[in-house]
Write a protein that binds this ligand. Structure first.
Ligand code: NAD
Length: 480
């Protein structure tokens, strides 16, 4: 059954005169899961009007009032985790266990950010000329939250939570691939008692650009591709702030002394979790030439063990790609790499037999002899296609890891502590994991990339700087 998703202007479900678009189940393309409006400039303007009007009252609420609403929203989402996860499987495609993991973790994010409402602390400064100098943290204003489809609840909760905790109002633009998940998240805030106007939702393919273009939006927090991030960055001028969490081409470095069974697990989980559709997923395996073939054999075995199918079918460990464009991108990535000299060790083309016929299924794919500097070595693929490159020793491994424009996540497999520490220090990535997969996030640790993987000026998740993006620090000189 398809769900009709509406915009929420000022929190209230609102019909739009704009045309609607359909989101289909990527595992069963004939099934329409949701429809949502392709919001116009006027729709988006109405959402920003509501957010701007609601700002003065919301920023004047007490920390307890804001924390209570976030806590209540967290409980509502937790109580519905199973139901929401089942919908996520149909709309986004990931296997049920992964969807449930996300639906269960999202409420925990909100609990965490509820506490931040109480921790908006300033500082006092010794002064020569006045009895007291102190700083205060104010909300920024109207915050635009623009998110991708691969973690449709989690990503958005990591932005809406801290924005509201700090007293900002929000206009949320979910991915057009997952409008229903956007609605499920937003409705929990409304049910929890967030006042009218404090959160609005606009859907569509062009709504993000309309939102960014509205000068009343004081801050844009965005997660998505580097290409879109670049557009947003250039559209947001002086006086408005922007936080970008973007794409990656994340390496797994496997040094000669690594435990090969463990390293193979790290490579497989990094490369194939969530059908390779994680921003932190690995695209490059930089493996010491002396152990290349032994590692490859192990990784291919693990790759061939994945069970492809609809995420709600028993035993499935890999769901579909998000849509037919993603499928075409996988085909193109493989054929370009092969054209440049790479060889296919496993996978390599669409699977469409039996239960896979109506969906966008692509198997775990390992390519070897990938040419350094080639498209597969440098560009994000965002699917289960990974390339092996031979390196000789740690110096070459680090140089190769750094030889891309991205810097999101990296993994290093070694038993040598000094080598691990050197890689952690010298690999240019916002997150480096030793003997751990490139994927995954600790919900209470800073998360984000460097180089072309993000603005790096503010980190998502928790950490000492989490509220910086959502607050303005001002300083007061208090005389007698
Ligand atoms: P995308 O850039 O195509 O879209 C992201 C969002 O931006 C969507 O809501 C989209 O509608 C909106 N958008 C599109 N054009 C816009 C514009 N001109 N102005 C404003 N908004 C616009 O990305 P996607 O396909 O949804 O997600 C996949 C990408 O996201 C991958 O590159 C992946 O690496 C990245 N990602 C990064 C992280 C991270 O934390 N670094 C996490 C998840 C995904």
């Amino acid at each position: 059954m398809s769900v009709e998703v509406l915009n929420r202007i000022g929190g209230v479900p609102t019909k739009s005169s704009s045309p609607v678009f359909e989101r289909r189940n990527p595992a069963r393309w004939s099934e329409v899961v949701s429809t949502a409006p392709e919001s116009s400039v006027d729709d988006v303007r109405a959402a920003v009007d509501a957010a701007a009007d609601a700002l003065a009252k919301w920023r004047a609420t007490t920390p307890t009032q804001r924390a209570d609403i976030l806590t209540k929203a967290s409980r509502i989402l937790a109580a519905r985790a199973e139901e929401t996860a089942a919908e996520m499987v149909r709309e986004e495609g990931k296997p049920f266990a992964d969807a449930l993991n996300e639906a269960s973790r999202t409420p925990k994010n909100l609990e965490l950010y509820a506490g931040e409402a109480y921790r908006l602390t300033g500082a006092t400064f010794p002064s020569d000329d006045t009895p007291l100098v102190y700083s205060v943290l104010d909300p920024v204003g109207v915050v635009a939250v623009i998110t991708p489809w691969n973690f449709p609840l989690n990503m958005a909760s990591r932005k809406i939570g801290p924005a509201l905790a700090a007293g900002n109002t929000v206009v949320f633009k979910p991915s057009p691939m997952t409008p229903l998940m956007g609605e499920r998240l937003a409705s929990a805030f409304v049910e929890a008692g967030v006042p009218d106007g404090v959160i609005s939702v606009v859907h569509g393919f062009a709504a993000g650009a309309h939102l960014v273009a509205d000068d009343r939006v004081a801050a844009v927090t965005f997660t998505g591709s580097t290409a879109t991030g670049r557009k947003i960055h250039s559209a947001v001028g002086l006086g408005r702030r922007v936080q970008l969490e973007l794409g990656g081409k994340n390496p797994v470095v496997v040094l000669a002394d690594a435990d090969l069974d463990a390293a193979a697990q790290v490579v497989a989980r990094s490369s194939f979790s969530l059908t390779g559709q994680a921003c932190t997923g690995a695209g490059r395996i930089l493996v010491d030439a002396s152990i290349h073939d032994e590692l490859l054999a192990r990784v291919v075995k693990l790759a061939e063990n994945y069970v492809l199918g609809p995420g709600d079918a028993a035993g499935v460990t890999m769901g579909p790609l998000v849509d037919d464009n993603a499928l075409a991108a996988m085909d193109a990535a493989v054929s370009m790499a092969v054209g440049a000299g790479a060889k296919v060790a496993c996978g390599g083309s669409r699977r469409s037999e039996g239960a896979l016929a109506d969906g966008w299924f692509f198997p775990p794919t390992v390519l070897t002899d990938v040419v350094p500097g080639s498209a597969l070595s440098c560009n994000e693929v965002f699917g289960p296609v990974v390339g092996f490159e031979r390196v000789n020793g740690i110096d070459e491994a680090i140089a190769s890891a750094n030889n891309v424009e991205f810097g999101l996540s990296a993994a290093v497999c070694t038993r040598n502590l000094a080598a691990a520490q050197r890689c952690a220090a010298e690999i240019q990535a916002g997150m480096v994991r030793i003997n751990r997969p490139t994927v995954g996030a600790a919900f209470n640790a800073p998360f984000g990339g460097i180089k072309q993987s993000g603005t790096a000026t503010h980190k998502e998740q928790l950490g000492p700087t989490v509220m910086d993006f959502y607050t303005v620090m001002r300083t007061v000189w208090l005389g007698n």
